[in-house]
Design a protein around this ligand. Structure first.
Ligand code: FAD
Length: 452
């Protein structure tokens, strides 16, 4: 394994003891560099290894639907780890301090954990470091080219990060090692994991959603196989929301139930090449890793302060421009705007936990147009995306919304009311791209009549 994937958060001398891998972003037993590093460390010191996950009382806008998806996947991961002679402990409470207590109680010699640039995770890791004195290693298992290696600054746009990532791919796009079951058993009897949804999320009145994907590592593999077999050859139609040609992998990628590196390796192994494969790999690697770069180097990734200076200035200049309509957060949430396409996109997300990628841009830009300010629009878009998208609460979401509303990773366009120099989208443009009426019929029809 390439040692550059490992970022040492704390180096310390310790007495020999078990190794602990704290899984909080990459929820999978296979193709996981964090787990690989922990295994290699445990093997070289001849020690047992355990995996721990901690279910926080709350996580951004996550609802019981998201916790259930995570937990169902985690059950499968626990079974896979058991076959490898590695127990999974599921803790509940404030993750950083809970994991630190576990590490102290079990005389852990080394804690290995996932890389994640989101603020809540930075706090968890801070709490861990404050509450235990073990060495802590962070491993980037989310990105093919580790975010800390790719660039030490916020990249301007895809064009600037692309060559940096591409230069590193020959070194980092490698096969994962295969292990035999871990030879050093955990010394004590492990209690059955407590897979209950945290109490706070149990009473959150989350809307029931008919998710279009099943949770877990096996389900993710099935989604990938279907994509490679049936959809990738038609990926050039991906901007048509009536066509089902995108991978639908974002929820599994978000929860780490499949590795982006595995997806890329499979594409190459199956001999997929040409325009379709290149376009897909551009999204999977360049756009996705650009999003982590944005959050890593922009502490205000979810506020107007995180926008580019030109965008913030331009939006400010147009703050008092009259809006064609202003909707409250509740009206947006309930899909009660005057725009049938916007309402249909919102309905797709409410019902299924997913909104088509092209419409996500339109959806966020219209929230800007119909909100009193960019700050209000950003708050509304992030809340709705985090609460109703299965793949929400992700650096891709914060970057995608900042792109749509705040010009992040984009250039300035011809100045116009409300938007200033932010790229504009409208219904007429959508009509030129796809059959808007068909999409609207589908998502505004009664739920049992979605076949049109
Ligand atoms: C306003 C807005 C909000 C968004 N919110 C999210 C979000 O919460 N979570 C999320 O994962 N993506 C988000 N995206 C990015 C993108 O729309 C989704 O990743 C994509 O639609 C997911 O569908 P798919 O898996 O079928 O994508 P595919 O087209 O099959 O792409 C494969 C994978 O590449 C990555 N990817 C694709 N497009 C992008 C992109 N523009 N930026 C970063 N990564 C990308 C995703 O991991 C995706 O699963 C958002 C984009 C916008 C404009």
């Amino acid at each position: 394994m390439n040692p550059q994937r490992v970022h040492i958060l704390r180096n310390a001398e310790t007495t020999p003891g078990p190794v602990l891998y704290w899984m909080h972003r990459d929820f999978r037993a296979r193709d996981n560099w964090g787990l690989t590093h922990a295994r290699l460390q445990a093997l070289s010191s001849g020690q047992p290894l355990a995996v721990v996950s901690c279910l926080a009382p709350a996580f951004a806008e996550a609802t019981s639907v998201h916790f259930e998806f995570l937990i169902q996947g985690l059950k499968e991961t626990a079974r896979a780890l058991k076959r490898e002679n590695i127990p999974l402990f599921v803790l509940h409470g404030e993750p950083g301090t809970r994991v630190a207590r576990f590490a102290r109680d079990h005389k852990i010699a080394l804690v290995v954990t996932d890389f994640d640039p989101l603020r809540i995770k930075i706090r968890w890791i801070h709490d861990l470091l404050q509450s235990c004195d073990q060495p802590v290693h962070e491993v980037d298992s989310r990105n093919i080219a580790p975010a800390r290696i790719v660039s030490s600054k916020r990249e301007f746009m895809a064009r600037t990060i692309r060559p940096k990532i591409k230069r590193l791919l020959p070194e980092f796009l490698d096969e994962f090692p295969v292990f035999s079951p871990h030879p050093h058993p955990w010394p004590t009897v492990c209690p059955p994991p407590d897979f209950s949804v945290p109490k706070a999320a149990q009473g959150d009145n989350a809307r029931p959603q008919a998710l279009i994907v099943e949770p877990g590592e096996q389900a993710a593999r099935a989604v990938l196989e279907k994509f490679l077999r049936d959809k990738l050859p038609r990926y050039m139609d991906r901007n048509d929301p009536n066509e089902d040609v995108c991978s639908n992998l974002s929820a599994h990628l978000h929860f780490g139930m499949i590795s982006a590196q595995r997806v890329a390796l499979e594409i190459l192994a199956h001999g997929h090449s040409g325009e379709q494969a290149d376009s897909f790999l551009e999204e999977l690697i360049i756009r996705r890793e650009l999003a982590d770069n944005f959050c890593l180097h922009t502490p205000d990734y979810d506020s107007v302060a995180g926008f580019s200076a030109w965008a913030e200035e331009s939006l400010h200049k147009h703050l008092s421009d009259p809006r064609p309509a202003i909707y409250s957060p509740e009206e947006f949430e309930n899909a009660q705007t005057h725009d049938p396409l916007w309402n249909a996109a919102q309905m797709q997300m409410l019902r299924t936990g997913r909104m088509h990628g092209y419409l996500r841009m339109y959806w966020a830009k219209k929230i800007l147009e119909w909100s009193p300010s960019a700050a209000d629009a950003l708050r509304t878009a992030i809340r709705l995306n985090d609460r109703y998208s299965l793949d929400g609460r992700d650096s891709n979401g914060y970057a995608g919304i900042a792109w749509s509303i705040g010009g992040v990773h984009d250039r300035g366009w011809t100045e116009r009311p409300i938007f200033g120099k932010i790229r504009y989208m409208n219904l007429a443009g959508a009509r030129r791209k796809f059959d808007v009426d068909r999409y609207v019929r589908r998502w505004t029809a009664a739920p049992d009549d979605e076949s049109t």
